[in-house]
Design a protein around this ligand. Sequence first.
Ligand SMILES: [Fe+2]
Length: 150
Amino acid sequence: SDEYSSFLCYCEWKADYRYVLDNVADPMHGAFLHKMSHSMSEGETQAKFVTTDTDHGFIFEKEGQRGVNFDWSEFADTNLMWQRLEIPYPKTGGPGGNFHIIGMYVPLNPQLAGVFHWRCRPLTGWQEDTWRFLYKNRLEARHWHVLEQD
Ligand SMILES: [Fe+2]
């Protein structure tokens, strides 16, 4: 969509690709593993989870908490398995909406996975320019640090 700006992040995990799916399908790990990060220090560390079916998969989410931390994750199979989630940005992330991640994972061999993450944010105009500058200048390194924790 033209309403989003995005960067493609590619890396390889020395693991079965299903472990990546498992990681991204687990919103709760944000409040523990990434608690010291720039974007996942807020919110409850306990939650009741609910699933909601979609046309192509399901949403797995914390009941009663949205827009605070990594609070939900969507899985879909549209002849390509993908996952989607949103994480709110702190004020230091500049203007714009939540940080969105759309992930696709492929087995390169049984012990190596190709990991594609589209990192997106809804903003346009000068806000988009500001985010793209901040991302390259500061935020990308923080996101890589979070990914290394995974
Ligand atoms: Fe993570």
